[in-house]
Design a protein. Structure first.
Length: 214
């Protein structure tokens, strides 16, 4: 299966992708992780991405398309994949089709903006190993210290309410036409984010007609 997962930053796409990857046995390709890795390594793509992200904007289409195209050419994608965070625009979706990459289903995980702000503004990340935490939902055992490698935890520059709201506005503006585009193709599946992660996972499997998880 070739599956796309849509959702605002902080909607829980990564969690759903992990469950679906295990079930479908295809790789998850997270453009967010690709971007963060490029930023840490200070590649040209990473520097470009950081400038846009710090300003609350999406990385330009042309840059994302080039990087993703290289990834999809690898052998592990021959029998399917899960795209997390891409495409984000109709232009990107059409580019995939022009390259002969036909998406089977598109999952949109819907979460209210106010909950997104709460989730993202409380995120913490280890600057060394990349482990993720949250001040409310997944606090480290020792405040400010990574449980895995004992390194200091940091808050990402774009995880402040003002920037989050700009990111959400950009997401809604560019993604609304994309959802409509896939809905017209009969590929859009909408899952409402639930209060409990397990309930959200079951909702996702239900709308994708994959059954219910154990």
């Amino acid at each position: 299966m070739k599956l796309v997962i849509l959702g605002a930053p902080g909607a829980g796409k990564g969690t759903q992708a992990e469950q679906l990857e295990a079930y479908l046995r295809v790789p998850t390709i997270s453009t967010g992780m690709m971007v963060r890795k490029a930023i840490r390594e200070q590649t040209e793509f990473g520097k470009l991405s950081k400038a846009y992200i710090d300003d609350g904007q999406l990385v330009p289409d042309d840059a994302m398309i080039k990087v993703l195209d290289e990834r999809l050419r690898k052998k592990d994608c021959r029998h399917g994949f899960i795209l997390d965070g891409y495409p984000r625009t109709v232009h990107q979706a059409k580019d995939l089709e022009n390259k002969g990459i036909i998406i089977d289903k598109v999952l949109s995980v819907e979460v209210p903006d106010e909950l997104i702000v709460e989730r993202l503004s409380g995120r913490l990340e280890c600057g060394n190993c990349g482990a993720s935490y949250h001040v409310k939902y997944r606090a480290p055992m020792e405040e400010g210290i990574c449980d895995v490698c004992d390194s200091p935890l940091i808050r990402r520059d774009d995880d402040i309410p003002e920037i989050i709201l700009k990111r959400l506005a950009a997401y809604h503006e560019k993604t609304a036409p994309l959802k409509e585009y896939y809905a017209k193709q009969g590929k859009l599946c909408v899952a409402e984010g639930q209060g409990d992660i397990k309930d959200t996972i079951n909702e996702v499997f239900k709308v994708l007609e994959l059954g219910v998880t154990d």
